[in-house]
Design a protein around this ligand. Sequence first.
Ligand code: ADP
Ligand code: MG
Length: 250
Amino acid sequence: MSTPLVEMRGISIAFGGVKAVDDVSVDLYPGEVVGLLGHNGAGKSTLIKILSGAYAKDSGEVLVNGQQVTIHNPRDARSHNIETIYQTLALADNLDAASNLFLGRELVTKSGLLDEAAMEAECRKIMGRLNPNFTKFSDPVSALSGGQRQSVAIARAVYFNAKILIMDEPTAALGPHETQMVAGLIQQLKEQGIGIFLIDHDVHAVMELCDRASVMKNGKLVGTVNISDVTDDDLLSMIILGKNPTQKTQ
Ligand SMILES: Nc1ncnc2c1ncn2[C@@H]1O[C@H](COP(=O)(O)OP(=O)(O)O)[C@@H](O)[C@H]1O
Ligand SMILES: [Mg+2]
């Protein structure tokens, strides 16, 4: 068995009196998609924000490639090749794909000017690999479809060497055709050995896209299961009843 890309062990964080995440452990292997499931307020986003550096945990530890790491901010997370694609995608609507690819990390010429030509060339290269049907290089991303926007956000993470990708409901706003396109992108990332934590509340999306799923309820981990071992109903009862199908009562 290989070393996990990420291990989060015994993670807890409280806001005021509320234990948003309570002693939760999850892990992620190379080339794997792990779904994080649970109702609104279960603690999924909070758990993942600890990994992306948005929140500081109260207790627990985070290991990347078997080494304990300290993540105080998003820059620390990036230094461990952890990239996050937020549900809002955090794209600048008025800018084109290349400008969004390099947003905040622009390429500059030797004289310190923005190197637009180099950025567009790099953008064409990576989009050619990830999404060959993409042609709208000169349009602002506001003119793109949901799936195309998602592919720009994914390209941004991959270009900057993501090994651990956090995706928040990547197919929530997409139609069936575009959902298939994003599923294809996720498959490509897996083949490159990238590990993905995929936050979702849709059991069907998780059944289709994930290898394993960790279910949370009221800040606690209900359990982690292999997708091939469970049905939609098993996942639903984990989410709703907090019941783990591997803990069968006779
Ligand atoms: N910044 C915050 N301040 C106070 N409470 C928060 C904050 N972020 C999350 N919470 C609380 O933590 C709990 C878990 O929320 P969240 O992680 O967003 O759940 P999920 O992503 O599963 O819907 C909720 O009770 C939520 O109100
Ligand atoms: Mg959330």
